[in-house]
Design a protein around this ligand. Sequence first.
Ligand code: NAD
Length: 321
Amino acid sequence: MRVIVTGSAGRLGRSVAAGLAASGHQVVGADRVAVGLPGVDERTVDLIDALAAQRLFAEVRPEAVVHLAGIAVPFSAPERRILMTNTALVHTVLAAAAEVGAERVLAASSPTVLGYSSPDWRADRVPLDERTPPAPANAYALSKLVIEETVRQFARTERTAYGFFRPCYVLSPEEWAGAPTQQGHTLEQRLADPALAAVSLFNYLDARDAATFVAAWLAAPATVVDGEGFFAGAADALAVLPVADLWREYAPALGPGADALGHGRPVFSIEKAERLLDWVPERTWRTELDPAAVERLLAASEQAARPTDRSTVRLTESSLR
Ligand SMILES: NC(=O)c1ccc[n+]([C@@H]2O[C@H](COP(=O)([O-])OP(=O)(O)OC[C@H]3O[C@@H](n4cnc5c(N)ncnc54)[C@H](O)[C@@H]3O)[C@@H](O)[C@H]2O)c1
């Protein structure tokens, strides 16, 4: 398919654009910057400029559009700017896609639409899934809910297929190798201190697995994806210990339903994507992180689990050195 990927220079976009190109799609990346992606025709464009977006779409005439561009981190800009930017971008891009009759349009939402950053939030069921009600607690999450509703509006009014996905905390290939994650710490630090990953309820997704998700979404029958949303996450939790052992201290809002999350089971269900798109994520922290780091984490976790050591040993960065 001829696909425009917006935000192709970003953490998620780089792997999605390159992954789609590697799997045989003809990919045009649309971003404010170009980063030299293999097999991708990168165009620099400010998509907030509706005329510039329309011009690009009229020239490329994409069969599919994957919309990832936006402000991707909560509180990384003033609240009003996040809301205005993300909502304007999605409408501009989806309208430009509709104008040229793109057959498939997929937009990135976020698990944060559920509102679990709010102190008042409580899980209605565990694992969380697409039936869990959204309750945004900041402008970023609100912008994502508007993105989902914009997708649904286009799904209702256009003949072609519009959908959204909620990628879990995205990890790019260089982050497995030690580059700082979105919050500045390394992945090993995030695994060593459960408080860091608890903020996102231990969810994560390898950016290359996001690419296979997008490819599966593009290949699925239109009737299966039109107007639908999907969580996309790793098959396990980003935690050394099972969430069942961690939730009381680190994520009490999950409630006793989280006792079922033993053996590395994730908080966010990906059953819908597995069932309807036949998509299975391939990468986990145990397969992607440096084996020496995995060993250090497991050793520290075993030490912390010994009853006599419990009061003195914590899974902190310092206990790993
Ligand atoms: N990274 C995550 O953990 C995560 C989780 C859930 C959802 N998402 C969503 O996925 C999408 C991509 O996230 P990411 O982590 O790759 O973000 P990122 O910040 O790394 O990349 C976003 C890209 O969008 C581009 N962009 C922003 N405004 C633009 C404009 N006006 N015109 C053209 N390009 C523009 C930026 O230049 C950047 O390359 C975002 O919509 C984000 O909200 C990300």
